[in-house]
Design a binder for this molecule. Structure first.
Ligand SMILES: NC(=O)c1ccc[n+]([C@@H]2O[C@H](COP(=O)([O-])OP(=O)(O)OC[C@H]3O[C@@H](n4cnc5c(N)ncnc54)[C@H](O)[C@@H]3O)[C@@H](O)[C@H]2O)c1
Length: 325
């Protein structure tokens, strides 16, 4: 695989929740996008999504040449591929579907085109068995919903993925401003979803056991650790939690209590009754607020936080490149 060709055109396969959001992001980064989907109203839904997302993308800063008119739609997979430097695959989360699709893609695409799957839980080793000729160009590039706002992309190869593909994919997503994380091993659910799953298990347990209401557990999270997690990760916060003694002191002080709590963490069974209890508690928390109102509130705060983090990241990047006097 040659790794010199710049990626300027993306083929998007599947324009549902994730494919539509990727499309909006790639257009905002000044790339050409050709999208394909088999659903009858897919093109209209996609264009509407991009139009709705555009003001937020504009606020975060459009790249030179960014335009909604750089989007082409075709219902024919083969028509979507010519000239693409990278395929972002967002089809249904089914291994049989993806293996068959990768067989087709492998036959239709030149070998230097990266095929990146958004899959949340399937492994690339499983998916790429469909791509008999060039499995080395297949990689997982898992976004966090919605990728046009949330920068995380988890990158992980399968048994047959080449190092060059992993490197080139990471360079591409980084070049458009995404934050990439590389997994050295395949894991069901990758990393970020596993972290969410671990936390969700305890959230459900605490509400199911009647320890707290949905409103209180959500307050505890979003006005407590959640605020800090929007700035730094767990380990860096542990380092600060240790005071001047840093992470070493943190472990000296908290290893005992923390590992004792681990022994009491819950493993709730999501029976219909437990689900009902959780659902009722969530509805009490939601009150009369509509989903649209809650989404607007979430996105406004999220945009402000992303803007601030981008500003701080730029200024620390500037400082690190300033010549030392
Ligand atoms: N929804 C999320 O929060 C999320 C987050 C990260 C990753 N993902 C991953 O992204 C992928 C897509 O998930 P989604 O939530 O967008 O699903 P979705 O159901 O919203 O979208 C899937 C789309 O694929 C289309 N499709 C089906 N067969 C097709 C074909 N043969 N050719 C082209 N298009 C076809 C469907 O019409 C649909 O629009 C999955 O692999 C999922 O694991 C989802």
């Amino acid at each position: 695989m040659t790794d010199t060709k710049p990626i300027r055109r993306i083929a998007i396969i599947g324009t549902g929740v994730i494919g539509a959001s990727w499309t909006a992001l790639f257009l905002a980064k000044g790339l050409q996008v050709v999208a394909t989907d088999i659903a009858p109203n897919a093109e209209a839904a996609l264009r509407k999504f991009v139009e709705t997302a555009w003001p937020a993308l504009k606020r975060l800063g459009l790249s030179p040449g960014a335009s909604q008119s750089n989007l082409t739609f075709t219902a024919d997979l083969a028509q979507a591929l010519p000239g693409a430097g990278l395929v972002q695959e967002n089809g249904p989360e089914r291994i049989d579907f993806k293996q068959k699709l990768y067989r087709q893609l492998d036959e239709l695409l030149p070998p230097d085109v990266i095929i990146a799957s958004s899959s949340s839980g399937l492994t690339m080793s499983g998916i790429q068995s469909g791509a008999a000729s060039h499995p080395e160009r297949c990689v997982i590039a898992h976004p966090f919903n919605p990728p046009h706002l949330i920068p995380l992309v988890e990158i992980v190869g399968g048994a047959k993925t080449s190092e060059a593909t992993i490197r080139r994919a990471a360079e591409f997503y980084t070049s458009i401003g995404q934050r990439t994380v590389r997994l050295n091993k395949e894991m069901p659910g990758h990393v970020a979803n596993r972290l969410q799953a671990a936390l969700a298990r305890e959230v459900y347990y605490l509400v199911a056991e009647g320890v707290v209401s949905a409103a209180d557990v959500d307050t505890a999270l979003s006005w407590g650790p959640g605020l800090r997690w929007g700035v730094m990760g767990n380990l860096m916060l542990n380092h600060l939690g240790g005071g001047p003694g840093g992470i070493e002191h943190f472990f000296q002080q908290f290893t005992g209590p923390m590992t004792a709590w681990w022994k009491t963490l819950g493993s709730p069974v999501l029976t219909p009754e437990v689900q009902k209890k959780l659902i009722n508690s969530v509805h009490a928390e939601v009150g009369s607020r509509t989903i649209e109102e809650l989404e607007a509130e979430r996105d406004e705060v999220l945009l402000g936080l992303i803007e601030l983090r981008n500003k701080i990241a730029k200024s620390s990047q500037r400082k690190s490149t300033e010549p030392v006097a």
